[in-house]
Design a binder for this molecule. Sequence first.
Ligand code: ATP
Length: 235
Amino acid sequence: SIAPPALEVDGVSAGYGQTTVLREVSLVVPAGSVVALLGSNGAGKTTVLRAVSGLLPVRSGTIRIAGRDVTGERAPRRFARGLCHVPEGRGVFRGLTVRENLVLQGAAGREDDAVERAVAAFPILGERLSQQAGTLSGGQQQMLAMAAAYVRSPDLVLVDEASLGLAPIIVDEIFGFLQQRAAEGTALLIVDQFARRALAMAGHAYILRRGRIVHGGPAADLLNAELFDSYLGGQ
Ligand code: ATP
């Protein structure tokens, strides 16, 4: 049998207070695939991720994870179903050590697994295991956030602005890690200001403009100069 999509967002509207931010947003992340969600600042990309992970209730529409309707479920429940959300601004606990950040995500009794896998992916973390996460460089914190996100072997990961403020060589390392996890079968929905890099990794891409999806199609098509300029000019 064919696996259901890792994620289906169907006609979702959502907002804050009186403000409507998302209008009838629909998108699909097939199981094990990489999908990019692009658009200018304030288009609503972060809001889509928050709606998917259950941090923001939707006003209408449906969200399905692995074929199951989770629209009425709160965030912890969705996380238990194999969803992981790496928020903008690094999802690490700054006051905990690197090792503690990793172990916290893992199952009891499997603590060393979590640490070993993280160090295999990002060797620099191995030299910093007993250092407080808040004292790491921005790039190292982002590496830690990524490694921690994958400790529980999630089925779907949402990554918000992983490359923000980082040197290109660090971005390569982080995107390489994400690509490898995707190749192993973890679906990825990625939001990033580096549109070209996200498109290079993604199979499919959506463009959000003022809370509406204005384009969806193969990522390779968007790398075509004309389409890129019309939707992502300036990025
Ligand atoms: P960025 O890349 O700048 O984060 P984005 O595409 O992710 O942009 P969102 O952060 O989703 O956009 O914001 C979409 C709109 O929702 C913006 O107009 C923003 O001002 C508004 N917004 C975001 N968060 C809140 C909030 N907590 N309360 C009220 N309005 C908000």
